[in-house]
Design a protein around this ligand. Structure first.
Ligand code: MTE
Ligand code: MO
Length: 201
């Protein structure tokens, strides 16, 4: 896209309240994470949901495939100031998992766990929005290894660092505690529309 076309599109999307403040449009999909891209071993992989729940569960990769699936069309916003419009994600709605594990009333936050001890904290209330997905596919294809294969969280209304790649579990907790990026200067909540980028925002 020519610069002038991109500027025009950005102005249009800003006017339509789809481009948050301080963000620029990207056509590509940049890759960002700490550490290495983990190798996926389907025999070893599991997904665990535990903590303050009535029914803690563990799925193997094979079992996880059998959960009901859905897809969403959404925009994503990275704290490093790019936004990407209209990505289709497919996977399992968070609500499906929530209903199966039956969280206790005092469970107000989830610590999301990924490979290599990566974590991110998200309020349960936010995960219950109907476009929050445990995604296996993007734009019709299995996630690429660098975008989180085999499973990543997608929380479209928060900055993308909350959309944990290579997700392996969710832990329901009562009190909000910082995850990996939150301990390293990022905001505890991360609303792109309020520019909650860093802990002092
Ligand atoms: N496991 C894991 N997930 C992660 C990260 C990470 O370091 N490890 N980084 C986050 C950050 S900071 C961003 S911006 C997005 C980037 O997602 P993308 O590479 O698919 O664009 O992944 C998020 N998920
Ligand atoms: Mo990021």
């Amino acid at each position: 896209m020519f610069t002038s076309d991109r500027k025009r599109k950005e102005e249009e999307m800003r006017a339509r309240h789809r481009l948050p403040p301080g963000q620029a449009l990207t056509e590509k999909w940049p890759v960002l994470h700490y550490g290495d891209v983990p190798r996926f071993d389907p025999a070893r992989w599991d997904f665990r949901v535990e903590g303050l729940v009535e029914n803690p569960l563990r799925w193997s990769w094979e079992e996880f495939q059998k959960l009901p699936r859905t897809s969403i069309l959404t925009d994503i916003h990275c704290v490093t100031r790019w936004s990407r419009f209209d990505t289709v994600f497919e996977g399992v709605a968070f609500k499906v998992i929530y209903d199966l594990v039956r969280p206790r009333p005092e469970a107000r936050f989830v610590m999301v766990h990924a490979e290599q001890d990566f974590t991110a904290n998200v309020p349960v209330e936010d995960l219950l929005r109907d476009n929050v997905l445990l995604a296996t596919h993007a734009d019709g294809n299995a996630l690429t290894p660098e975008h989180g294969y085999p499973l990543r969280l997608v929380v479209p209304h928060l900055y993308l660092w909350k959309s944990v790649k290579w997700m392996r579990g969710m832990e329901f907790v009562a009190a909000d505690r910082p995850g990996f990026w939150e301990r390293n200067g990022y905001h505890m909540y991360g609303d792109p529309w309020k520019e909650q980028r860093f802990d002092y925002d």
